[in-house]
Design a protein around this ligand. Sequence first.
Ligand code: ADP
Ligand code: MG
Length: 759
Amino acid sequence: MSKSKSSESIKVVVRCRPMNEKEKAAKFERVVSVDVKLGQIIVRNPREAAANEHPKVFTYDSVYDWNSKQIDLYDETFRPLVDSVLLGFNGTIFAYGQTGTGKTYTMEGVRNDPERRGVIPNSFEHVFTHISRSQNQQYLVRASYLEIYQEEIKDLLSKDQTRRLELRERPDTGVYVKDLSSFVTKSVREIEHVMNVGNQNRSVGATNMNEHSSRSHAIFVITVECSELGVDGENHIRVGKLNLVDLAGSERQTKTGAQGERLKEATKINLSLSALGNVISSLVDGRSSHIPYRDSKLTRLLQDSLGGNARTVMVANIGPASYNLEETLTTLRYSNRAKNIKNKPRINEDPKDALLREFQEEIARLKEQLEKRSGKKKRRRKRRGGEGSDGEDLEEGETEEDEEEGEDKGDYWREQQEKLERERKAIMEDHSLVAEEKLRLLKEKEKKMEDLKREKDAGEMLSAKVKAMESKLLVGGKNIVDHTNEQQKMLELKRQEITEQKRREREMQQQMENRDEETLELKETYSSLQQEVDIKTKKLKKLFAKLQAVKAEIHDIQEAHINERQDLEQTQNELTRDLKLKHLIIENFIPLEEKNKIVHRAYFDEEDEYWKTKPITRLEDDQQMMTRPLSAVGYRRPLSHHARKSMMMRPDMRYKAENIMVLDMDLPARTTKEYQEPVIAPKVAAALESALRDEDEIQVDASGFHSSLGSTPPASGSLKKPKSGRPRSVKKSSTPTSPFSPSSPGSQLYPQSRGLVPK
Ligand code: ADP
Ligand code: MG
């Protein structure tokens, strides 16, 4: 499996951003100078007297100043790494540094500006160009995008943005994120789309994007699988995985005053980065056998990139201005340490989980199915064609069909359909058939046609599926003869040569610097005493300067350590206080018994790295609990033999475990009443009767009353009691409607009129 056994160091480069407008306006001093040729960053401290303070010098694999172009970085530093990913190595690019120093600028850059595009978009271009130029190789490219915020992993490409993912480990492939979505991409445009979707999800989730990005780590993963025919005549698959990591801001999260949730947040944010620092330290010091990868999600996920099977480049971003001095120095020291990490990269050949293999197998399977279908079809056709002819013709037919296979597929279906249609028409027109028979035959034909259609659809679906899967596998070699392409390739090669040249120059310069001291010693033959004094003074001065620099460095590091320790102590104190409070609550408010129960149920889940409690029921490990105990059959709860016997002997309350009191059900109370006719007192009834009888002699003809009421009141004014303006009889006349009216003879509604009384 391993092709390259030698180990190699992590490559560390430093990039210093230009002064921004604010810094220029505030007239901040520039304290960083960059020696691109020597690969050195020189930092001066402006506060202390320049005379006794030597500038601090840090040397890296390469350094980039504020004028550096994105493409320079890519060609010099990242292109070789991406190239090795295309060969099947794992690769990782980290951007480390304080917030606002250009991590995101280096990784993503300015989206719509080709000049200022960062590593991620440039690598897209690189990968797909490489594929288009390849020959006799099949590629599958997929992308994933995730974010780690407060030690929780979020899939930036999933529909459900509230879901948190977990890390899992397998002995063969190592640590991976369970259920992380990955998208197969066929072009630069597609993979860019994937990145944009992820970026949107990242910023949508955050109220303040900058604040959020400075507290979270974003990892874009490109997996390139390549299949090629090996010398042994078998297809071999190589899988390269490229992790592009934009880390959280490295500045210390201010903890002063932070308590409760905020304190926890601050500790969690720092956790991954400090764990990264610890991993780097213990990898470098070489004495510790235990590397604390498991301390954080980030270090676990990138375990291979740090001291494992991967090529790694770390970009340390710094700012040039004086007010960032401390952070700049921390970043430089941190990345300087990382230089010494040794990785053991190797080509990942034929891993078990290669998606490309699955794809190839699935395509082969589908093709076989298609083949079978067309085989069936052919046989059927043969049978039909063979009708009436002899066997020899058949064989000829087969070879013919083999040749024209593919193009006549459509013809075959059309032919069949036309034939069925013709047959249907013939049946319709055949008058000799009985109607029923005709119907039956027609139905049969229709069914056949439907079957035919279904079969055709299934076949089409299958071939569409094959096509879709095949289109995901990328093959190059199409425009290999393309002239411009060829030129571009040459140009790239030239550029690569130049960068290689530069790198060699830088290395040589660094070596020369080192040799300088040695050559001084070689010139030990002095012509005069004076010369000897001069040279030795010079040497002494140089050595003294070196000593001072080292002393200063020791002092600085000690100070940094003290700071860090104080920070840790403060966190520890606050966490201890928190713990004490919880203990107090438990001791004073939770009964000992309950506490013990919980303690017994608690266990540590190694997979999730989290304390959990076992379920209360013991059902899973105690099958006995699943069945009802014998003693309880027929009863609600188990009863002893004695109890059952006693219950039968005498109805003793003592052994009545259930239904101690037998109560009737309460019937609901009625809330409605029967209807009752009103009762009239006999006195009243009599009075009414007599009153009505009184009126018997008064007979008013009310038939014309309604019409005469309005116009001729005097007409009734001539009644017996003319005082009231109203005809009294009207009032009276209404009473006969009452059922108690004795005078009403059935249908008679009004008293009979007795006509006008003559004067
Ligand atoms: P970080 O991700 O480290 O917090 P950013 O990448 O967001 O920082 O950079 C902060 C600002 O500085 C951005 O506006 C970016 O355009 C600018 N910047 C960073 N590096 C450079 C550079 N090398 N050249 C020009 N502008 C830069
Ligand atoms: Mg950023």
